[in-house]
Write a new protein. Structure first.
Length: 261
């Protein structure tokens, strides 16, 4: 009834733990976008089906998995290599969701971990992502940021109250910054995708637009308003990281305006 899909590129550090948390009764499909480490070997050893596709973006890669990887189960669960879904989630799926016909997409909340420490406040929960999807009725499109994904608004949406664990950062700050400079370049122009489901966060982000004020607000939001200070130094580190990201977007937007002028 369910196939687990993992999008990978150089995930040898994260993939073993991710795969270990997936019940062996579910088939796992790996869509790899050019790993040069042991990612593919690890997946083969686990018995995963491997497909390769150059990285086109999150939305397009998820659509590739849905349409081009020979998946026949009614449901697909998208799990990133740095994420862990608890056994409770799979039990819940088997108990009732497998035969559900009222929804096409399940929005699943995440809990973020920084350097292995659970962040209980700073990210600003709940954070929902479209992860469990009905194969025959769901397509992904790029969301308002230009790099993230959303589902088309013809989909029937449900919400889970069982979160997955997202170990998004282990201390590789330079690598993280390089990755987010590229994301920032895509996010300079916030533009809602016609016909896509938008989260409340997405609507607020578009409404605020791009200004220096967002840089200050980003820090206050994570560290003060959402109680990031209660997460200690990890909360401060998280707030500073994403304030830097917001500042990077602002500076790129300003540079684009100057270049056009």
């Amino acid at each position: 009834m369910l196939t687990v899909v993992i999008l990978t590129r150089n995930e040898e550090a994260n993939l073993p733990r991710c795969l270990a948390a997936i019940p062996v009764r579910y088939p796992v499909v790996i869509v790899d976008s050019g790993s040069t480490d042991n990612t593919v070997a690890i997946a083969i050893d686990r018995g995963c089906r491997i497909y390769s596709n150059s990285w086109p973006g999150f939305a397009e890669q998820r659509n590739f998995a849905i349409r081009q990887c020979g998946i026949s189960t009614p449901w697909l669960l998208f799990v990133d290599a740095d994420e862990i879904y608890p056994e409770q989630f799979y039990d819940w799926f088997e108990a009732g969701m497998a035969g559900a016909d009222a929804i096409d997409v399940l929005m699943v909340p995440s809990i973020l971990y920084l350097r292995g420490k659970r962040l209980n406040h700073a990210p600003g929960y709940p954070i929902y992502h479209p992860r469990l999807v009905r194969r025959e009725t769901v397509s992904f499109v790029r969301n308002h940021t230009g790099h993230g994904e959303a589902v088309v608004d013809s989909c029937r949406i449900g919400y889970s109250d069982i979160p997955y664990e997202h170990y998004f950062y282990h201390g590789e700050i330079i690598e993280w910054m390089h990755k987010h400079v590229d994301k920032a370049a895509q996010e300079v122009q916030l533009q809602p995708t016609t016909g896509a489901v938008m989260t409340t966060r997405g609507r607020i982000s578009v409404l605020l637009g791009r200004s220096w004020f967002r840089v200050l607000v980003r820090f206050l939001y994570h560290f003060v308003f959402r109680g990031g200070f209660l997460d200690g130094m990890a909360g401060l580190e998280f707030a500073l990281m994403f304030t830097w990201y917001e500042a990077t977007i602002y500076l790129q937007a300003k540079a684009n305006i100057q270049a056009r002028g």
